[in-house]
Structures are given as C-alpha cells and as structure tokens.
Design a binder for this molecule. Structure first.
Ligand SMILES: [Zn+2]
Length: 186
C-alpha cells in the first residue's frame, strides 16, 4: 500500500472510532468524513450541544440538570478518546496503557491530532482533577473500542468510509446495528 492509502485507512479507523462511540453513548452524531481539509485528515461531528446540557453548567451541583450536563461531558470525553484508540488498534496496538492518554489527546490543548477537534467545551473537565478523570474515562474509552461488538462496528464504518468518504449519522447507526447483529449471531 502507498503511504497515502495507509494514512487514509488509519483516518477511516480513527473517525469510525469516534462515530461508533457516539452511537454507543447515544450522542447526537451528525456526520463523519475522511475528506481531508487544511488541518485534518477527517472529521466526526456532533450536532450542537443540547440546550438543556448547556443550562446544566449553571445549575446547582447535584441537580438533575447538572447531572445531565456532567453525563454528557463524560460521554463527550470518551467519544474524543475513542478515535485515537481505534486508530491505535487498527495499527495493531494491544489494549492497555502502553500509550498514555496524555499522548493520545495532547492534554494541554485537548486537541485530537487527526480531527483537530476543538475541546474548549471541556475546559471545566480540565480544571477538575484532570488526570484522575482521564484515567477513568480513558478506561471507559478503551473498553468501548476493544469490545468485540463495538469493534465490528468500527470495522464496518471504516470500510464504508473508505468506500464513500462521508457518512450521515443515521447511516452510521444502521451500520453499527447490522454489525452488532452479525456479531451476536456468530
Ligand atoms: Zn479525532
């Protein structure tokens, strides 16, 4: 394979990792693409953060709104980690802590090096015992990506991305469902 084809394949697995995590965590996946732009090899976008979640940041600690915001943020963080982890798995990396999450996420700016995602919305996670949270949510992201059903979904989405370059959120949800069903019947 040429170097370009390799890059595209790893970008497809990277973006598929984000996309499948979004489906599993019920985040509002909008679309996923491996069409390169100036500063990235692909992109996985969610719909705008729901208003109720935004409101939660201003709600009292422990209130239902606050908890909802926190749950969303947790899932959003796992979603962010899942891309680099899936890319690592596609490159043959074993599940584990052989690579630090800091290296995965370039902690200082919470940017995903493939997607150049903007993690500004997670600024408050950074202020809150960052390393412990990263540990916990990193574990969650590793477990999600290395789950055999979910990995079947990542493979299906990556293959479809290589073919079509861009997929809608509903197409991804359908692919993940089919892959999971195949997995269970085996
Ligand atoms: Zn990414």
């Amino acid at each position: 394979m040429t170097e370009g084809a390799d890059l595209e394949r790893f970008a497809a697995y990277h973006e598929a990792g984000h996309a499948v995590a979004a489906v599993v965590l019920k985040l509002p996946l909008e679309r996923v693409s491996i069409v390169p732009s100036n500063d990235s090899l692909g992109e996985c976008s969610l719909e705008a953060t729901p208003k109720c979640v935004q409101d939660g940041a201003r709600s009292p600690t422990g209130s239902p709104e606050y908890n909802k915001m926190w749950q969303y943020t947790e899932n959003r963080t796992v979603f962010s980690f899942a891309g680099p982890i899936a890319e690592g798995r596609a490159k043959g990396r074993a599940k584990g802590k052989d690579i630090t999450l800091a290296a995965l996420s370039k902690t200082s700016d919470w940017e995903c090096e493939v997607c150049s995602e903007d993690f500004e919305s997670l600024a408050f996670v950074r202020d809150k015992a960052q390393s412990e949270l990263e540990e916990l949510l990193g574990d969650k992201a590793y477990n999600l990506v290395y789950d055999s059903n979910n990995w079947a979904g990542v493979e299906a989405v990556a293959e479809a991305l290589l073919e079509e370059k861009e997929l809608s959120g509903s197409k991804v949800r359908k692919l993940v469902q089919e892959a999971t069903r195949r997995c269970l019947s085996n």
